[in-house]
Design a protein around this ligand. Structure first.
Ligand code: IVH
Length: 593
């Protein structure tokens, strides 16, 4: 291959890594997504031309080819411990007392961090290369999710200081083994987009970003994980092994204690495997003497570290920082469920030790779920596309976690009965992790006179047909196949982006088409003429023609989109694709038993 092409490949990889770092670690993007995509496309094309130049750490190699059968199990060399929780300032002060007693001194400081609400992960770098990613699991063993984590662009495949193939320049300061621990999370904006797309495709929405993150990491097909826009923050180290010649720090005790007592061997130039990090064991090998510096070092190595990390020298300062974030968290594009307070100096952590389950040098401070009080002005019953009736509370608008809430789900009639929420009631609405607020409680003492229990409808509120209850009695359904409310929802779903993608067919038009009787089923859509539409509200000749044209266009959609669009229960986009692939035509599918 030409020397120019080889050099260009190396240059492009470095450029892409540099821009990943600018974007994810420094949060200072220098180029547009478009420019980034162009660099990426050029690298991909060159690598396709010279496949022998492809290396596993190339940015093009984040997504692997084939789905896994199952995840392998990984044993954590340093256990991943859990954390004790506190819920108020008093409990934080008690924690501080225990630290003071344990250290027998006032000479310590804390690092206060955000408690990212995602999934804990361990990343293992050997000689600067990401070799394994594992979930926490039970703390002793977790799942090997390397192929999925490699797709997360915020996770570097190589540590900074290590540059490309050929003559690797091994940075002196680069550890032989570095296990980085942190949280994989889904930004709130990515979560909202994902759920919107899933709903449009008829797939169940995730309850909150944490569930979406966990679900995305547990996918056997990493190509899907790659589309989920996961991100990562590093907050600790696990196993660390420095090169004998590199930066090496020992515990204040002096001689490095190892698990098996081996000594460094000359031929590998490595120190024996030492265990430290979170566990706070004696004689661990570390990146630095205190946690704050460890985080700085991780950042220098190219790992994303959350920017909102503060030192605090008194528990009063800690409490002030925690209180501040209880409100400020509404401004973040990721969910936090509290704060984490850690003793900064690593030698002091060793003195404090662990209880086996959790370290004594760290504690979490959990926020109360954000709640607000307001009044139910009315209760609507909505009819879904499969006829399910859902009670929804219309609320006096109230500010909650940064947004104005006007409606809240009452989930189903079972839940409504349990709460006994009535029109006129003062209720508590809550946003805990979940994005859609829910009514969690009623204040009966504030109930005005003359309110009535909300009656479970016997008839569909839209078409008046009798309703049917599910076996469990939780769901109530309108079973009238011709119910106009269901028809409207079904038509809207049919025209949705994930199905037939008929953009011009919005709610206002669908309602009119059903109300005036022009459309009674999907097929009627394809019989519409511009002259039928022109008399409708807000429908000029030009737009009528556009609608007809868009509906006509939708005939060219793939079979699976059509099948998914029919809105059959349990047949979402994914099942529809499988069915279309297996049967090939609508006729064959209709003949199947
Ligand atoms: S330090 C010994 N720092 O919270 C525990 N954990 O409830 C060391 N978490 O499993 C963990 N943000 O997944 C630490 N800034 C942070 C964190 C954090 C979120 C998670 C972590 C842990 C869980 C414990």
């Amino acid at each position: 291959m030409g020397k120019d092409a080889a050099q260009r490949i190396l240059f492009l990889r470095d450029e892409i890594r540099r821009h990943d770092h600018l974007y994810y670690v420094l949060a200072e993007p220098r180029i547009s997504d478009r420019q980034y995509d162009r660099l990426f496309a050029e690298l991909k094309a060159l690598e396709a031309e010279y496949p022998e130049r492809v290396t596993p750490d190339s940015p093009t190699q984040r997504v692997s080819g084939r789905p896994l059968e199952e995840f392998a199990t990984v044993r954590h060399t340093v256990p991943m411990l859990s954390m004790d929780n506190t819920y108020n300032a008093e409990e934080l002060r008690a924690f501080d007392e225990r630290v003071r007693k344990g250290l027998g001194s006032d000479d310590y400081e804390y690092v206060v961090e955000l408690k990212i609400d995602g999934v804990a992960i361990s990343l293992r770098y050997e000689d600067g290369l990401l070799v394994r990613a594992a979930t926490r699991g039970d703390g002793q063993t977790g799942d090997d999710v390397t192929v999925n984590v490699r797709t997360i662009r915020a996770v570097p495949l190589t540590l900074a200081g290590l540059r490309d193939e050929g003559q690797r320049t091994r940075d002196e300061g680069l550890p032989a083994v570095l296990e980085v621990r942190g949280e994989v999370y889904m930004p709130t904006s990515a979560f909202e987009k994902l759920n919107k797309a899933r709903t449009e495709r008829g797939e169940p929405a995730f309850a909150n970003p944490r569930n979406a993150t966990a679900g995305s990491l547990k996918l056997l097909d990493a190509r899907i994980t790659a589309q989920r826009n996961l991100a990562f923050f590093a907050y600790a180290t696990g196993e660390v092994e420095m090169k004998a010649s590199g930066l090496r720090r020992q515990a204040s005790g002096g001689r490095p204690a190892t698990r098996d007592g081996e000594m460094a061997t000359k031929d590998t130039g490595r120190m024996p495997v030492l265990h430290g990090g979170d566990a706070g064991e004696a004689g661990m090998t570390r990146l630095a003497e205190d946690h704050f510096t460890v985080l700085t070092r991780l950042k220098e190595l190219g790992l994303p570290v959350n920017p909102h990390i503060e030192k605090a020298s008194t528990i009063d300062e800690v409490i002030e920082i925690c209180n501040g974030w209880a409100h400020q968290r509404a401004d973040l594009d990721y969910q936090i469920d509290g704060m984490v307070i850690k003793v900064n100096r690593l030698d002091q952590r060793e003195v404090l030790g662990t209880t086996g389950r959790a370290p004594k040098w760290c504690i979490s401070y959990k926020f109360a779920a954000e709640q607000a009080e307001t009044v139910i002005e009315s209760i609507d019953v909505q009819v879904g596309k499969t006829g399910t009736l859902t009670p929804v509370a219309n609320l006096r608008p109230v500010l909650l976690a940064g947004t104005t809430v006007k409606r809240a789900s009452l989930h189903n009639f079972d839940e409504l009965r349990r709460l006994d929420a009535r029109v006129g009631d003062t209720v508590l609405v809550e946003k805990a992790g979940e994005i859609i607020p829910r009514v969690v409680g009623v204040r009966p003492e504030l109930r005005p006179h003359g309110t009535k229990e909300f009656a479970v409808p016997h008839k569909c509120p839209e078409c008046g047909s009798p309703v049917q209850k599910d076996e469990g009695g939780v769901y109530v359904r309108c079973i009238n196949a011709r119910c106009p409310a269901q028809l409207k929802e079904r038509l809207l779903y049919f025209a949705g982006r994930g199905q037939m993608d008929i953009e011009q067919l919005g709610r206002a038009l669908v309602e009119q088409l059903v109300d005036v009787g022009l459309v009674k089923d999907f097929a009627d859509l394809y019989r519409l003429k511009a002259s039928d539409l022109e008399p409708l509200e807000r429908m000029a000749a030009r737009s009528a023609a556009n609608v007809v044209e868009a509906i006509e266009q939708s005939k060219t959609r793939e079979l699976w989109r059509f099948v998914a669009g029919l809105g059959i229960r349990h047949v979402g986009g994914q099942s529809a694709q499988i069915l279309a692939e297996r049967f090939g035509s609508l006729e064959a599918l209709m003949e199947a038993d």
